[in-house]
Design a protein around this ligand. Structure first.
Ligand code: PTJ
Length: 256
């Protein structure tokens, strides 16, 4: 049965409802795992609490993430089904704006079919070399049981910085133990990933990535390596998480 969804642009939660449609289409087109719909719903709930806008402390995390990506020797952007459905174009643009970076597909609910569809989706936006898809190149991350333990030997395995939007906590911890710097985007400020990452952007990935690109372009023009290192040194991830939690509760108490 086909169904027409009409969401008027005047609807107060238009953007959120349109994003919901993107994830549903992503599922229908084979990019998103069924479980990805549940993960999205959890994200929607936190987004609602944060006011569906990028907070000042998320902007600070975004600025620091831009600096971290620019100072890295070999940053890798990890792509899963949800981000491939929600923001493929900006994700590919992010990759192009950090010239040493690579993209790698890494799925929690792995199927070959989904991997192929995600790879084709990234190719639509001009990214031809996507890591993580050749079984011969896959190596295991130590001490990890999930499908995510398989990473590309010339990608995440050797990266100094890994950008992992919407990630699961176990792999973040395993990657940290390997000495990598981790940047994540996660609307849940108390997820294990948010707590374990070096830089947590508590924001919707759809809003965060264009802002991240903007900061990267700015720093490429205006900031020295020293400036970028100072930004990273001054950043306090725990403070950002506390700010996000307090905004989520105060915002809503004030609505009553
Ligand atoms: O495509 P796969 O197989 O790799 O699976 C991807 C998902 C996202 C389904 C998988 O990684 C998963 O199950 O993730 P979790 O453990 O549910 O974690 C997802 C986190 O991302 C949760 O903390 C959500 O609140 C958060 N989240 C969901 N949607 C968004 C988000 N954060 C930022 N922006 C969103 N749009």
């Amino acid at each position: 049965m086909t169904r027409e969804v009409t969401i008027p642009p005047t609807h107060p939660r238009y953007a959120s409802l349109m994003n919901r449609e993107k994830i549903v289409s992503g599922y229908k087109n084979g990019l998103v795992a069924l479980e990805g719909l549940i993960a999205h719903g959890r994200g929607e709930c936190f987004d609602y609490l944060v006011g569906e806008q990028t907070t000042e402390s998320a902007k600070l995390a975004i600025n620091t993430a831009a600096a971290q990506l620019l100072v890295s020797e070999y940053p890798v952007i990890s792509v899963n089904g949800n981000v491939a459905a929600l923001c493929p174009e900006s994700l590919c643009y992010l990759h192009r704006s950090v010239h040493k970076s690579m993209m790698e597909i890494n799925l929690f609910y792995y199927t070959k079919e989904r991997e192929e569809k995600i790879s084709a989706e990234l190719k639509k936006y001009g990214v031809d070399k996507v890591l993580g898809t050749n079984p011969k190149n896959l190596v295991k991350i130590p001490e990890l049981e999930s499908n995510r333990r398989w990473v590309d030997g010339s990608g995440i395995f050797r990266a100094d910085t890994v950008f992992v939007p919407l990630e699961d906590g176990d792999r973040t911890l395993a990657l940290k133990k390997m000495g990598k710097s981790i940047i994540t985007v996660d609307l849940n400020p108390i997820s294990r990933t948010s707590l374990a990452a070096d830089i947590t952007i508590v924001d919707n990935v759809i809003r965060a990535i264009p802002l991240l690109i903007e900061r990267i372009l700015y720093h490429k023009k205006n900031s020295s390596d020293y400036d970028l290192q100072q930004l990273i040194k001054r950043f306090d991830n725990k403070k950002g998480l506390k700010d996000a939690l307090s905004i989520m509760s105060n915002n809503n108490v004030n609505r009553l």
